[in-house]
Structures are given as structure tokens and as C-alpha cells.
Design a protein around this ligand. Structure first.
Ligand SMILES: [Zn+2]
Length: 72
């Protein structure tokens, strides 16, 4: 194990990963959501009802490996 933590703010020590998200194309709206669910069609923005577009962001990794979170 090689842990070289510098004295950054704690937030910066969170592991990040490329995460698929849905983003609102409306430049006046900052709506977005994680692509945690399998949408058969593009979801609409909860704030402005625009059809969202899929893209990627560097986000803090979620602990979503638990099988208990599988929805059936
Ligand atoms: Zn929006």
C-alpha cells in the first residue's frame, strides 16, 4: 500500500471515477442526474422538463457494489 495523502481538503481525497450522467442541455438550467438507472428513453429534467442528454463527469465514486441495491 502506498498512501501519500497530502494535506488537501478532505473533499479532494475522495476517489473519483468517470461516471455516466444525464445532463440538461438548457444552459440556463444546471439540472443533471446520475445514470444509476437504466432508462429506455432519455429522462426529462426535473427542473425544466427538457430532454436530457447523456454525458460523463468525474464524480466521487459511489459505493454501489452492494447486491442489496439491485432492483428487480
Ligand atoms: Zn433542466
Amino acid at each position: 500500500m502506498h498512501l501519500y495523502y497530502s494535506r488537501k481538503r478532505p473533499f479532494e481525497d475522495l476517489p473519483v471515477e468517470v461516471t455516466a450522467i444525464w445532463s440538461c442541455p438548457n444552459e440556463n438550467c444546471k439540472g443533471w442526474m446520475r445514470d444509476n438507472f437504466t432508462f429506455s428513453i432519455a429522462p426529462v429534467c426535473a427542473q425544466c422538463q427538457s430532454e436530457m442528454v447523456k454525458c460523463e463527469r468525474m464524480l466521487a465514486a459511489l459505493e454501489n457494489t452492494s447486491p442489496n441495491q439491485l432492483k428487480q
